[in-house]
Design a protein around this ligand. Sequence first.
Ligand SMILES: Cc1cc2nc3c(=O)[nH]c(=O)nc-3n(C[C@H](O)[C@H](O)[C@H](O)COP(=O)(O)OP(=O)(O)OC[C@H]3O[C@@H](n4cnc5c(N)ncnc54)[C@H](O)[C@@H]3O)c2cc1C
Length: 365
Amino acid sequence: MGKGRILIIGAGISGLSLAINLKKLNIPFRIIEKQTRWNKKGLAMAIQGEGLKAASSMEILEDIKLKGNNRNLKRIENSKGKVLKRMNPDPLDQSFIIPRDILHEALRLKVSTIEMDLSVSEFKEIQDSIDVSFSDGSTDCFSMVVGADGINSKTRNLIRNSQAPGSPDSSVLYSGSVIWGLTVKKKCNEIIEVWGSSGICALYPVSEGTVISFFKKAPESFRNSRSERADNLKKYFSPYPQPVIHEVLNNLPEDIFFDHVRYTRPHKWNKGRITLIGDACHSLSPLSGLGANLAMADAAGLAQVIKDSETDGNILRRLELFNQKRKITADKAYSISKLRTRRSMLKFPGNLIRNRDMKRSEWIY
Ligand SMILES: Cc1cc2nc3c(=O)[nH]c(=O)nc-3n(C[C@H](O)[C@H](O)[C@H](O)COP(=O)(O)OP(=O)(O)OC[C@H]3O[C@@H](n4cnc5c(N)ncnc54)[C@H](O)[C@@H]3O)c2cc1C
């Protein structure tokens, strides 16, 4: 591929990471975002493994260490307050918890221009370039388009050619669970998870307080309006005896995030020079703590593929190989994510067997 501009659709974790990596490699790009302003979402992200490496090369690791929390201890309790497992992770196996909005801001500060309130309407691939029509009626031409537009990716829909517009996206699977997320000012001392009969409560101390996620098994039809969120959390989780959960439930903030947990599993990640990264091609259950890490590593790898293809012009072959390799990593993460989510939500009598197994020192969550 000769030098040409790249279009990045979506300024989330993967899109911003790609922008930072392209900038480092002197590759020109435009990055667009459909939101008009940034949402503050009280969710915790665990940054680990290949995500730490990617964060370090984007020079945001110090921010993560400073504003996050070193995830060096985890305790799992049941909904009667009994400790099921104490984890003693290898101190060399580093992992940091950071609120999503802080991670997002750290990435954003490294990208000078993000075009807000803009989306795409159509692509036309013509030989070595792609003509793009935007939601504001303008058009532009790019050497490559990257859909970093998350779980409900419009790019994924636009490159799927076989289905009629508006038909359900068969590459999105429901995990069988829902999540609530919020942040409270109170700081809890250690990371704990409570695995009980109503669902899971995970508490992560961060520099500004505690980020909490609640998970519950629920059908896809489960609805939860903004006004119902606090009432539902109290209904499901107030029987848990942990004092910290009671304190949280008695001081619930206005802004409670809620979503259904879904997986994206498209068969193909690219159509010619239009490709996907991050949740657009592999979203996982948040309980795995892997999605953002995969997203940042996708971006670093893709930027290098684009750079390398400048020398031989063979972007399509390089892209196919890159996507095949990343798909193997994403498939492994998907299996871990699915297993963890299922295991942690087990009900009687499966939970008794799981709790017994947990006592074995080699039990891995
Ligand atoms: C509660 C929760 C907890 C999580 N915990 C962890 C964790 O501990 N560790 C971890 O690694 N991962 C975690 N994840 C997963 C992680 O958040 C995602 O994997 C990650 O955000 C994926 O980044 P992304 O850029 O692909 O998608 P997103 O972050 O969703 O960003 C997509 C962006 O694209 C924009 N967009 C969408 N459509 C368009 C369009 N048509 N045009 C322009 N812009 C568009 C969106 O507005 C958004 O800004 C968690 C997720 C949740 C929900």
